[in-house]
Ligand binder design. Structure first.
Ligand code: NIG
Ligand code: FE
Length: 421
């Protein structure tokens, strides 16, 4: 197919000008994930991209001739695999410093909770983050985002929570927003209720008041897409979490929760009461929590990187989540304390090896269900009307993406219809 604009008459040239450019991707193996189960595999597949959207998806043979002929460019994929673009729906990507000394302490027997209670953990990252300027934090975050992009990232969620003052939370959320310039969709989550900053020692309730008071200000600056909290023995109580959620509700902002990571606090049921987009971690999730999430349509975001790096042994209740019909998403949880990894493909592999998810569930977890965990129904599948965010892989079958580790078969990422350079 050639560029037809030179041969088109005046009338059709005007029509071409008003229609976004159409590109036909042909001869592909598509893992569409279009239905609620199975890969939605299409061999000899075709996708017509129109501007930023997928206009048509199916087999080459079923592609209507007029649509085929409307494309100004043909890309023959020679049988390569296409999946929806990867979505990392839970990260703490913006921070200063690193915590390898803490890793050594844990290897000598100290627990994550003990280190946090002794004033290390999140607090040490808060000190390093406060000491860094906005441009320094940006310079640190860009290569992290690029590492995720090298494995097909198209949409990224970034939480604050290492600033813990209005000025420092603002700084971190601004850096997160700037990452969109790399060619990503970025969603930002305000996690003021992550840890108690030292200047509020002994005044936890007053800190929660401050977290709630900062929210309208941050929201007004357009820096907040959702609100999260760390509901845990070493974080915030369910009552304090409820106060933060009420502040979010007053602004019509959706909530998410770090729930039942180290103990069962009943956080998932609380979050479900607020129709949370997602509850994340969930190793200690109870049956009551699962039932509440199922009723509310809340997504379970599982974080195999944190499970691995904290050498957790208690598995999240995968089978019970499946039985209850709770959608399961996966994410890197990238952060310097519990999950310093930057590989989305490794998350697929770990979800299968540690959590016994199927490769198909794992892929759905990084695409369809991750989109849902961010409230983004316009992406996560290959189907007409969806955003044209997709990955082209050197693989014959999508299960290979969960099978290899330390090998990256990505050939090309397309974001909003544009191939990433
Ligand atoms: O998702 N659990 C709380 N927050 C992070 C860890 C933060 C840190 O240790 O710096 C998590 O695992
Ligand atoms: Fe987290």
């Amino acid at each position: 197919m050639t560029d037809k604009s030179s041969t088109a008459g005046a009338a059709s040239a005007a029509a071409v000008a008003s229609t976004p450019r159409r590109v036909l991707y042909a001869n592909a193996t598509l893992a569409t994930l279009a239905g609620d189960r199975d890969w939605g595999l299409v061999s000899d597949g075709a996708m017509l991209v129109e501007g930023e959207q997928l206009r048509w998806v199916g087999t080459m043979a079923d592609l209507p001739a007029d649509l085929r002929d409307s494309a100004v460019e043909l890309r023959d994929l020679g049988g390569l695999l296409v999946t929806p673009g990867f979505i990392d729906c839970h990260t703490h990507l913006v921070y200063g410093g690193e915590r390898s000394a803490e890793f050594e302490l844990r290897l000598q027997g100290a627990t994550y909770e003990e280190i946090a209670r002794a004033g290390g953990g999140i607090r040490s990252t808060v000190a390093a983050t406060r000491a860094a300027s906005e441009s320094e934090l940006h310079a640190l975050a860009v290569p992290r985002a690029r590492a995720l992009m090298a494995e097909g990232l198209t949409t990224l969620e970034v939480k604050s929570g290492y600033g813990l003052s209005l000025a420092d939370e603002t700084k971190c959320l601004r850096v997160a927003r700037q990452l969109a310039e790399l060619g990503l969709t970025v969603k930002t989550t305000y996690l003021g209720a992550h840890a108690l900053p030292p200047e509020f020692d002994g005044r936890q309730e007053a800190y929660v008041d401050a977290v709630c008071a900062w929210l309208p200000e941050l929201h007004q600056q357009g820096l907040v897409d959702a609100v999260d909290a760390f509901c845990e023995r070493i974080g915030f109580t369910p009552d304090q979490t409820r106060r933060v959620f009420e502040a979010a509700r007053a602004l019509d902002l959706p909530v998410k929760l770090h729930a039942e990571q180290l103990s069962d606090q009943g956080g998932a049921a609380l979050a479900a009461e607020f129709n949370a987009l997602s509850c994340d971690h969930l190793e200690y999730l109870s049956d009551a929590g699962i039932a509440a999430m199922a009723r509310a349509g809340t997504v379970a975001v599982l974080l195999p990187g944190a499970f691995y790096f904290l050498r957790e042994t208690k598995l999240p209740p995968i089978q019970a989540l499946r039985d209850a019909g709770v959608p399961i998403a996966l994410a890197t949880d990238h952060n310097p304390g519990s999950s310093p990894g930057l590989s989305l493909l490794l998350m697929l592999n770990m979800a299968c090896t540690f959590f016994r998810m199927t490769p198909e569930e794992a892929l759905r977890g990084l695409t369809t269900n991750a989109a849902r965990a961010l409230g983004l129904p316009d992406r996560g599948r290959l189907a007409a009307g969806q955003r044209a965010d997709f990955c082209i892989w050197d693989a014959a079958h999508p299960r290979e993406l969960a099978y290899w580790f330390g090998r990256n078969p990505l050939r090309q990422t397309v974001v909003g219809g544009r191939p990433r350079g």
